[in-house]
Design a protein around this ligand. Structure first.
Ligand code: RTP
Ligand code: MG
Length: 143
């Protein structure tokens, strides 16, 4: 098993529903550790940059509008197979297709407002963590 990091976000819908603690609890219960965290209200430029891979997609404008509609929690999580583990806890992009017990099945309403983000690969996780955190802001466990 590989110790990995992944970039996790609690999106504006879930922050608005006061679910920060409930969502972090799921990750901690699965053995993922917070190694960096900050609350942010993304600018249009920050949201567009973060989701640049989707800029030609028809939903891009709506996605940026949603991601800038309220504050988010941005977190780097560390653990064994953190990228895949986080995707499993999160569930499918469309909450209607998300397995029972996943965050999106429990907390998301629609594919456009789906509660959480998680990196989709180790490579994108490295890029996404660096997008929000400097090396000095990453705080791996010491005990
Ligand atoms: P995320 O990046 O936010 O963790 O979500 P994801 O990997 O599960 O899905 P991705 O394909 O990366 O899409 C990013 C976000 O764009 C919105 N989306 N809308 N209407 C649509 O068909 C559609 N497809 C994607 C979702 O909010 C998705 O989380
Ligand atoms: Mg994605």
């Amino acid at each position: 098993m590989a110790l990995e990091r992944t970039l996790s976000m609690i999106k504006p819908d879930a922050v608005g529903k006061n679910l920060i603690g409930a969502i972090y609890s799921r990750f901690e219960s699965a053995g993922l550790r917070i190694v960096a965290a900050k609350m942010m209200h993304l600018s249009k430029e920050q949201a567009e940059g973060f989701y640049a891979e989707h800029k030609e997609r028809p939903f891009f404008g709506a996605l940026v509008g949603f991601m800038t509609s309220g504050p988010i929690m941005v977190t780097a999580l560390e653990g064994e197979n953190a990228v895949l583990k986080h995707r499993e806890i999160m569930g499918a992009t469309n909450p209607a297709e998300a397995l029972a017990g996943t965050l999106r099945a429990d907390y998301a309403e629609t594919i456009d407002e789906n509660a959480v983000h998680g990196s989709d690969a180790v490579e994108s996780a490295g890029r996404e963590i660096a997008y929000f955190f400097s090396d000095e802001e990453l705080c791996p466990r010491t005990r």
